[in-house]
Write a protein of this length. Structure first.
Length: 373
């Protein structure tokens, strides 16, 4: 699903010329290793990021940019009020010369530009617990800064993105269609997924009933979506705001735990290496709640383990459905790659089930502390 087109430096400089960049651009080169959008670094006295959005995934890019502009403005306002530096602590959208937040080329390509935030680190995996806690604080602070933002006003960039019951229905459809004739290879995984179907609505039903509030959610809380200050190691800025949508803080917390507190890689074949690290779970909880500064409810905090559980289960459903559909969404390195990923997620789900009591015991003091405030 990633963009793969190559661009010459001349083409990139031409695209950059459509944005209101006040300093000269000397060169342009591909930047980072993202799989969704095409990203380039514009070098000059002041560097910038130029990006072509993948409109195969984001079918309404104007809506995506409207979200980013509005949310970034809110974050910037809060940072200024706290006497911070918004050019380093938030994303700065560079508008096109025609006043829009993007430029469409003659072929329909959708381009945008940001101020580059230098002297930072973007890590795929934490070097230590301090990195994980710094990322947790940054995502929690992101939630704190947006606690008053009207989440319902946001454009839904990807409908049903973290709607676990909807993802389960997609999985059932993939089983029924068996497009790639792989159902026979995934019997145990299909059975595992089906056995846990009744728990799939644990978050969406609580949102619908108002038991937990609808909030602005990032929806892709991997470590590399936080820029860390290269000197201090502290979380500086949350980036990649394409999937900002209305949702639950449990989505963001849970997905970070799914990815960062797993003791194995996301595609580890040896499932004996897969488990939930209780110390990392606690570390992330501490950092996230410090960043939230009391903006979450006690009920939300008590549901943190459920968030981790359902985001892991949901991701397993997505990997398994993609495997059954013939690997049409996630990039794969070998034919069984998505099946291996699904097994890894389900092994983590099983370990969370074993540790459910320990997780609730660990979370309860945090919830009680919030109740006393």
């Amino acid at each position: 699903m990633a963009n793969t087109e190559n661009f010459t430096s001349e083409q990139l400089l031409h695209m950059a010329s459509h944005f209101a960049i006040p300093t000269p651009i000397q060169s342009a080169e591909r930047y980072g290793d993202g799989h969704i959008n095409d990203t380039f670094l514009l070098k000059g006295p002041t560097p910038y990021i130029l990006q072509r959005l993948n409109t195969s995934i984001f079918a309404n890019p104007e809506g995506v940019m409207a979200n980013i502009v509005s949310v970034s403005a809110e974050i910037r306002k809060k940072i200024l009020a706290a006497h911070g530096n918004p050019e380093r602590e938030s994303m700065t959208v560079i508008f096109a010369k025609d006043g829009r937040s993007y430029y469409r080329d003659l072929q329909g390509g959708f381009w945008r530009c940001y101020l580059y935030i230098g002297h930072t680190l973007s890590l795929k995996l934490p070097r230590n617990e301090a990195d994980f806690k710094a990322a947790a604080y940054a995502f929690g602070h992101f939630q704190y800064l947006l606690q008053d933002y009207p989440a319902s006003s946001l454009f839904v960039a990807i409908p049903h993105f973290h709607d676990t019951p909807s993802r389960y229905q997609d999985f059932l459809a993939a089983v029924a269609a068996d497009k790639a004739h792989r159902v026979k290879e995934a019997g145990p995984e299909i059975a595992f997924a089906e056995a846990r179907a009744k728990q799939a609505d644990g978050i969406v039903s609580r949102l619908a009933k108002g038991i937990i509030p609808t909030r602005v959610t990032h929806n892709d809380t991997k470590l590399n979506n936080v820029l860390l200050d290269e000197k201090t190691g502290q979380g500086l800025c949350v980036i990649d705001l394409d999937t900002i949508m209305p949702g639950s803080a449990l989505y963001d917390f849970g997905d970070a735990i799914r990815f960062g507190a797993n003791t194995a890689a996301e595609d580890e074949k040896d499932l004996s290496k897969v488990s939930l690290s209780l110390p990392l779970f606690k570390t992330y909880t501490e950092g996230y709640l410090e960043g939230c500064k009391g903006s979450l409810t006690p009920e939300e905090i008590r549901l943190f383990p459920l968030g981790a559980y359902l985001m892991t289960y949901e991701c397993g459903l997505r990997f398994l459905a993609d495997y059954l559909n013939g690997d049409i969404y996630f990039h794969t390195a070998y034919p069984e790659h998505n099946l291996v990923r699904a097994r890894d997620q389900f092994a983590l789900v099983a370990d969370m089930e074993k540790k459910a009591g320990q997780l609730q015991q660990m979370i309860e003091p945090f919830a009680q502390k919030r109740e006393k405030k």
